[in-house]
Design a protein around this ligand. Structure first.
Ligand code: COI
Length: 349
């Protein structure tokens, strides 16, 4: 079903696995499937190489592109595991649907993913913290500047060996009221490329002031906390975990929903509800804000050291027992070190 062309020359020996920068090194192979004449054609796996695109390729002009982020892990016995890949598959098609991109067939996706991981399995290093970041994506490839949905697309999967997302010691975030990430009826829930591109300017401005990420507030009144650039956000207030509910502005994060399920299974109270910025500030003032952390495929579970709002910085406790417990549990499942009561992991070979 898939045409496979093996790379005769692996680059793996040139890679320093101890010094990986997130998302800059890619494996030997890539998966590619073209849509034209109203259907997806036979997928191929071939040596990782640059693409040739016509300068008029629709994606370059109108940004019709969506992506996913998922990971494969290697356990101590050398077996490779995917974590909830069905969630990523469903979500890329939800994102595609919103962006008027044709949905991708399930059998192509899973067959492609498994074959690709078999070919590149040596790129996955065992040991907690090491993983293979898998980036499925699809974009409009028709040569036209007509402002209409493209009639041709390319669906690809590329893979990057990674360790931690952030290398710095501290994560300080800015709660912003100036810019907006997503609005009602928009594409905030989709992993649309432009959702990320639109964050780069405000995030760069925040970085200059020492903040690694922005926590976005609702576009309407800037009263409610939504999500950060690459992660959903959790607050532990008075021993309860609180996170914003998913809606058409917020990404339905796979790590987010996994953490909620793990927390509930540990008897931790979790509330998915709108959270006012004022509630967080008041909880901080009353000493009830115990932990703030982000979740995401790339960052996993990331404790936040401080947040800043309207020019005041609010330092957070150094100890993060709940984030630590939930991360250990999640990572234990992902690396096949702990039982997987939720049946989330899928063996590759
Ligand atoms: C992920 O966690 O997969 C993300 O979407 C973050 C990515 C933009 C680096």
């Amino acid at each position: 079903m898939i045409t496979i062309q093996q790379n005769p020359q692996s680059k793996i020996k040139d890679v320093s696995f101890d010094n990986l920068v997130f998302g800059k090194t890619f494996t030997d192979h890539m998966f590619l499937c073209r849509y034209r004449d109203g259907k997806w054609h036979t997928p191929e796996i071939k040596p990782y190489e640059p693409l040739t695109l016509d300068p008029s390729a629709s994606v370059l002009h109108y940004g019709q592109a969506v992506f996913e982020g998922m990971k494969a892990f290697k356990d101590d016995q050398g077996k490779v595991w995917l974590f909830r890949p069905d969630e990523n598959f469903r979500r890329i098609n939800r994102s595609s649907h919103r962006m008027q991109i044709p949905e991708f067939p399930e059998d192509y996706f899973f067959e492609g993913l498994h074959q690709l991981l078999k070919l590149d399995h040596e790129w996955i290093k065992s040991g907690i913290g090491n993983s293979l970041y898998i980036r499925p994506f699809v974009f409009a490839s028709q040569s036209t500047v007509q402002a209409a949905a493209s009639e041709e697309y390319i669906f690809m999967i590329i893979c990057a060996p990674v360790s931690t997302y952030y290398t710095g010691a501290e994560i300080n975030v800015l709660i912003t009221e100036e810019f907006s990430r997503a609005a009602n009826g928009g594409v905030g829930y989709a992993k649309a490329a432009g959702n990320y591109g639109a964050q780069f300017y405000p995030t760069s401005e925040a970085l200059k002031k020492g903040f690694q990420q922005i926590i976005w507030t609702d576009a309407d009144r800037h009263e409610y906390l939504e999500e950060a650039g690459t992660m959903n956000i959790f607050f532990k207030i008075d021993n309860k975990l609180v996170t914003a509910p998913t809606n058409d502005r917020i990404l339905d994060g796979v790590t987010r929903k996994s953490i909620i399920q793990i927390a509930k299974s540990k008897g931790i109270d979790v509330e998915e509800r709108p959270i006012r910025v004022s509630e967080i500030v008041e909880a901080h003032q009353q000493g009830l804000l115990q932990e703030v952390f982000g979740t995401g495929t790339a960052v996993v579970v990331l404790s936040i050291n401080s947040f800043s709002y309207r020019d005041t910085t609010y330092p957070l406790p150094k100890e993060n027992p709940v984030a630590t417990l939930l991360k250990e549990e999640l990572v234990g499942i992902q690396y096949n070190k702990k039982q997987d009561p939720f049946h989330w992991t899928v063996a590759v070979h």
